[in-house]
Write a protein that binds this ligand. Structure first.
Ligand code: SF4
Length: 545
């Protein structure tokens, strides 16, 4: 399939938003300049041939703070710098000589061989660190540039990659962690995910987008499809059968917007082509002048879905798309935790680490436990959890026990099941507050004080306004910031958003949590605060709520 080409340019306007298709190519902001000066994918050769030998000090700053991201590499935060100094220090003062490395796991599926390779890299090169992210990636920390050639050699030998795991390009493609096995899945979209990754990831036609581009493709609504740049969700067309409903323009951060349906039905075979058309619109018409307006959601909001569909059909696909019905949506998010039967009669088991934090040692143990129970693979969820697939019925209970023995709970409390946390101040240069350790403390405290409860209360903890752990979509969303402590001084704390939701049933509306000015808590008081909110909700809820 050919990559969609840039359309003919319209006459140049005096000032625009930096849209290439309208001729607005100058002036460039610093990020656009870096990408124009050299395609970021080219930095791989410099890492292998120069920086891996010269060490951290030999790295060109434009590569270090710009192009390295296209290979999944961010410098990590120097230890001991408090959140109050995040906004005032220069990048070089904040960063350590070590890197965070993001391994993309498109569709979330991992073989045991792949799991063992990641585990080995974690133990050998990353001080045993590993986090499952809420986008089905695995993040390692403490990586040295000297070790990158060997790390890539090992990852790529088993079909894994870090290519475009970060940067202004197509990030990991989310896929259902139970694709191909779920009893209620009608059409497995894995071939489309594979085709997109094979054709377009690392492809220079799409390696300079205005900003990041997030995708998800799933038959089941078991992922946050409303907040991606593009989502394909399974739907039955009354005349044409199973296919996918297309959503565009979602995203969180400081200007959250929900994706909108284009109202089209896309057959599986055409998903990669339509995906490439939408990415091409973003590349050509996306806003590049101001970084904070550069996501696809701003273009979709300005154009509206009718114009977006028309441009997609006329300028990029050269054909009309079929009108399609809205998909049936579940009445609450599907996280797959616990024991579930597959359509082939075997079972899958979803288990929860706490806030996605694991280790290389645990991943090694996991591979051993999984293998001992007759399974050959696991999958990662966009809720910082993991699943063991293809388990024979008679091995399920033994597996649940084995997972518990390595710190992965298949029958977790509500608190453990529904709490997520972003990377936070431990490693993230943008962070204002600590998140992972605080999330672990919070879960332990709520389990101790409230026990398990018969309600789903989601808690998303974020270290700054960037909302990597989806602040606005939880029942209790926490946005890290400095707040005034009891003694009048600034301390780490959170702005609280209440009542956010995704994946809601038809008839209800997905929506963002409400941010009320007065709703803030210091980080120290967070456990008491959440406990109070939860108790008030539990005491006051109506029947069936
Ligand atoms: Fe870092 Fe902020 Fe994202 Fe957390 S939300 S990982 S602190 S950028």
């Amino acid at each position: 399939m050919a990559v969609s080409s840039t359309p003919a340019r319209s006459p140049r306007r005096a000032r625009g938003e930096g849209q290439w298709a309208l001729g607005h190519r100058e002036p460039l902001n610093a990020n656009e300049r870096t990408k124009k000066d050299d395609n970021p994918l080219n930095v791989r050769a410099r890492i292998e041939n120069i920086y891996a030998h010269g060490g951290f000090a030999s790295i060109d700053p434009a590569d270090l703070r710009g192009r390295f991201r296209w290979w999944g590499l961010y410098t990590q935060r120097k230890a001991g710098i408090d959140g109050g100094r995040t906004a005032v220090l220069e990048p070089h003062e904040l960063e350590d000589e070590y890197f965070m490395l993001r391994v993309r796991v498109d569709g979330g599926q991992l073989s045991l061989e792949q799991l063992r390779v990641i585990a080995g890299i974690s133990r050998e090169f990353a001080r045993d660190s590993a986090d499952i992210t809420d986008r089905q990636n695995i993040q390692l920390h403490w990586i040295r540039v000297e070790d990158m050639p060997e790390i890539w050699r090992r990852l790529e030998a088993v079909g894994l990659q870090t290519t475009e795991a970060c940067g202004d390009c197509p990030r990991v493609v989310l896929g259902s962690p139970v694709a191909g096995v779920a009893a209620d899945e009608v059409l497995d979209p894995t071939p489309a995910i594979d085709a997109i990754v094979e054709q377009f990831v690392g492809n220079k036609d799409f390696s300079n987008l205005p900003r990041k581009f997030k995708s998800s493709i799933s038959w089941l609504a078991d992922m946050p499809y409303e907040i991606n740049d593009i989502s394909f969700l399974g739907v039955e067309h009354p005349d044409y059968g199973p296919g996918f409903d297309l959503w565009v323009g979602g995203g969180l951060s400081t200007n959250p917007m929900l994706a909108q349906r284009l109202g089209v039905w896309v057959p599986l075979a055409e998903v990669p082509d339509v995906w490439a058309g939408v990415v091409s619109i973003f590349r050509d018409y996306g806003y590049r002048r101001l970084r904070h307006r550069a996501r696809l959601k701003f273009l979709v909001a300005d154009w509206g879905v009718e114009k977006f569909r028309e441009v997609l059909e006329k300028e990029y696909l050269g054909r009309s798309l079929v009108d399609g019905p809205a998909p049936a949506l579940p009445d609450k998010p599907i996280d797959h935790i616990g024991v579930h039967q597959q359509r082939d009669g075997r079972f899958y088991v979803g288990a929860a680490p706490v806030v996605g934090r694991i280790s290389g040692t645990q991943l090694t143990q996991l591979a051993d436990v999984v293998e001992a129970h007759g399974s050959g693979r696991v999958s990662l969820t966009p809720y910082q959890k993991l699943l063991v697939l293809d388990v024979p019925e008679e091995r399920v209970e033994s597996l649940v026990t084995g997972l518990r023995g390595i710190g992965l709970e298949a029958r977790p409390s509500t608190w453990r099941r529904a709490t997520m946390a972003c990377t936070g101040i431990e490693y993230c240069k943008l962070a204002i507050v600590e998140t992972k350790a605080r999330g672990q403390e919070l879960v332990a405290r709520l389990e101790e004080r409230l026990g398990d409860i018969d309600a789903d209360i989601t808690i998303n903890i974020n270290g700054c306004p960037n909302a990597c752990a989806r602040t606005q979509t939880a029942d209790i969303g926490l946005k890290g910031q400095l707040v005034i402590g009891p003694d009048g001084r600034q301390v780490e704390g959170f702005q609280v958003h209440l009542g956010g939701a995704l994946g809601m049933a038809q008839g209800q509306t997905a929506g963002f949590g409400r941010k009320l000015r007065g709703l803030k808590t210091t980080a120290e008081e967070l456990p008491e605060y959440v406990e109070r909110v939860a108790r008030r909700y539990l005491d006051g809820r109506t029947e069936g709520e």
